[in-house]
Design a protein around this ligand. Structure first.
Ligand code: 3HC
Length: 330
């Protein structure tokens, strides 16, 4: 086993991609299942705060764009659950782990989207943070995860732009609209910084994940990268970052920020965020309500399999299976 483990690490060090059929240490598999499934849960739970605004978006154009964005998030969940399943776990097991609190999802989605400006702030800040965190994951050593991230990152760029565009429209609008944009920034700024996870000193998984090239950068480094991008963007909007200690540090070439409230982060991560219970209850309900669809699709697919003969039936079966997977993720 030691030889297999050495050879595995040597492959990682040579920047070779690990694929599902390859031998891998159990810890590597477990780390990936944990991270990829948490990521998938985040994408799907992340549909909730914005989904509630689709019918209330201020114009037909904004509705259509938001609808597409929320659908994209569901699709991201689908790619990621698919990537996690290549590691030998079923979708049901993964979802059950979230429902029973064994698996987490991102802290950020436990905050409420109170106004239309929150939809802008989520797109601008949360999607920017997601991009900064996820671009390096395109180089993750595990092939299915890295490939899923390539598609996801492309779509996230569009999400980020739609959010910034909403903020720009509000910032250039009436005094009440500017105030709404500032209020959204005030509420989403600090939770967005927490998305990157605990500081490196408290990050229990980072060092092993660096060695396995699952993670390429530390939580603090990525957080800093996001801050350095977001501060000038806020200046263009004419909005104030809600941090009196924020200052440019010419010596390091980075912005310095005030203290992050890690107690709040711990509270949210342990299930006591402002919307934690609501998010999980909604997910459970939708999962339950959709049971008959999953059942019907499975029965339909089984019937086709039983009656399949020849290439036409095979093609039909493959279409049915794809549809089944798409439905099951909703
Ligand atoms: N929310 C909830 N839990 C978090 C967290 C956060 N923001 N940040 C860290 N944690 C958890 C970790 O999961 C870990 O707990 P666990 O052992 O129970 O899994 C613990 O805090 C310690 O953190 P570590 O830094 O040691 O954990 P990681 O090495 O896994 O790093 C991470 C955390 C940087 C979030 C990493 O897992 C990662 O890059 N994940 C993939 C990206 C992801 O999941 N993003 C979620 C947002 S998706 C999104 O934003 C959707 C988009 O459409 C907007």
């Amino acid at each position: 086993m030691a030889a297999a483990s050495d050879e595995f690490q040597a492959r990682i060090d040579r920047e070779e991609r690990i694929e599902p059929q390859d031998w891998m240490p159990e810890g590597y598999r477990r780390t990936l299942v944990r991270q990829i499934s948490q990521h998938a849960h985040s994408e799907v739970i992340g549909m909730q705060p914005e989904g509630g605004w689709i019918s209330r978006a201020p114009s037909l154009e904004r509705k259509v764009i938001l609808l597409a964005k929320v659908q994209d998030e569901g699709g991201h969940g689908l790619y990621l659950y698919g990537a996690a399943e290549t590691l030998g776990v079923s979708r049901d097991e993964l979802i059950d782990a979230m429902h029973t609190g064994k698996a987490k999802y991102s802290s950020i989605f436990n905050y409420p989207a109170l106004t239309w400006a929150d939809v802008g702030a989520i797109g601008w800040l949360v999607d920017s943070a997601a991009i900064v965190n996820q671009v390096p994951l395109q180089r993750c050593s595990y092939g299915p995860y890295a490939r899923a991230m390539m598609r996801i990152c492309k779509e996230e760029s569009f999400h980020q732009r739609q959010g910034y565009d909403i903020m720009l429209a509000l910032a250039r609008g009436s005094a009440a609209q500017r105030e709404m944009a500032q209020d959204a920034l005030n509420r989403w700024w600090w939770p967005t910084l927490m998305m990157f996870g605990p500081s490196d000193a408290d990050s229990i998984h980072s060092s092993q994940s660096f060695a396995w090239k699952i993670k390429r950068y530390g939580n603090d480094e990525l957080r800093q990268k996001f801050i350095d991008q977001a501060v000038p963007q806020a200046e263009v909007l004419g909005l104030k970052i809600p941090d009196d200690d924020l200052q440019w540090d010419a010596a390091t070439g980075h912005y310095r920020i005030g203290a992050i409230d890690w107690d709040e982060f711990q509270q949210v991560v342990s299930g006591n965020g402002p919307c934690s219970r609501q998010r999980l209850a909604h997910h459970r309900q939708v999962q339950e309500d959709g049971a008959w669809v999953r059942e019907a699709v499975a029965v339909h697919a089984a019937k086709h399999r039983a009656g399949s003969d020849g290439p036409k039936a095979a093609a039909r079966n493959s279409d049915t299976a794809q549809e089944g997977r798409a439905d099951a993720a909703v």
